[in-house]
Design a protein around this ligand. Structure first.
Ligand SMILES: [Fe+2]
Length: 244
């Protein structure tokens, strides 16, 4: 069984298309979207349509919540300079798009044929705004995973791909498709984007289990072209990305 985990597309449809092309050859049994499907990027409508056509299990990210309730942006930890983008994004969407976003779940449990249990979330099992990193201490990890009995824990949110074994658990972050960060976000430091998309495939057959942390390059000039042609409020930030 092969499960593809897709996260933090953030409306970068160019990056998502590159991943979809890569996925065509991957023989995937189940797709799981880990949230933050839109906001920030210039093509929320196209992104949501393609993600819906793919047919996934959908986890809700903090930005998905924030698009539904922009007045609560602070509660969802969307930084102040992204608020105009949040409103812009909401204006692009139909009532049907918003209902689709609202249907996303806080967490999803899955099982592999050999009994390995997977728990999928956006930030942590406790909150879509928690950030789990390679350096997160054991006290915090134990708090996040308390009461859970999964073997594999997978989320997004940090925009940094990660595989970490913690005792018998494996903690994964599939990375970000549309906004791969060079370093984890810290308030006051605007993130710097890397010119590739990240996603993961978890697979198991017989006595074999593997995690494939994939990187797909995409046309960053195309992203800049689309941003320039859009009315996206945050376009100046995008045009400084990819070492241009
Ligand atoms: Fe995100």
């Amino acid at each position: 069984m092969r499960i593809a985990f897709l996260s933090d597309i953030h409306g970068n449809y160019t990056a998502f298309q590159a991943v979809l092309k890569d996925l065509e050859a991957q023989k995937i049994d189940q797709f799981v979207s880990l949230g933050d499907t839109i906001t920030m990027g210039p093509q929320p409508v196209e992104t949501l349509r393609a993600l819906r056509n793919l047919g996934c299990l959908y986890v809700k990210g903090n930005h998905d919540d924030a698009v539904l309730e922009p007045e609560k942006a602070e509660q969802y930890e969307v930084t102040h300079y992204l608020i105009p983008d949040l409103h812009w994004c909401q204006r692009q969407l139909s009532a049907d798009d918003l209902a689709f976003l609202a249907s996303f779940k806080p967490m999803i449990s899955l099982a592999l044929p050999n009994g390995i249990k997977i728990l999928a979330y956006h930030g942590s099992p406790l909150s879509s705004t928690d950030i789990i990193q390679a350096t997160t201490n054991s006290e915090l990890l134990d708090k996040y995973f308390e009461g859970q009995n999964a073997d594999i824990y997978i989320g997004g949110h940090s925009h940094i791909q990660m595989t970490r074994r913690y005792g018998k658990k494996v903690i994964l972050n599939s990375g970000s498709i549309g906004n791969a960060f060079e370093f984890v976000y810290a308030p006051g430091n605007k993130p710097k984007l890397l010119p590739w998309a990240e996603y993961m495939i978890v697979s198991q057959s017989d006595d074999f289990f593997s995690v494939d942390a994939r990187r797909v390059y995409f046309d960053t000039d195309e992203v800049h072209k689309i941003v320039k042609e859009s009315s996206l409020p945050g376009s100046a930030w995008w045009l400084r990305q990819y070492d241009k």
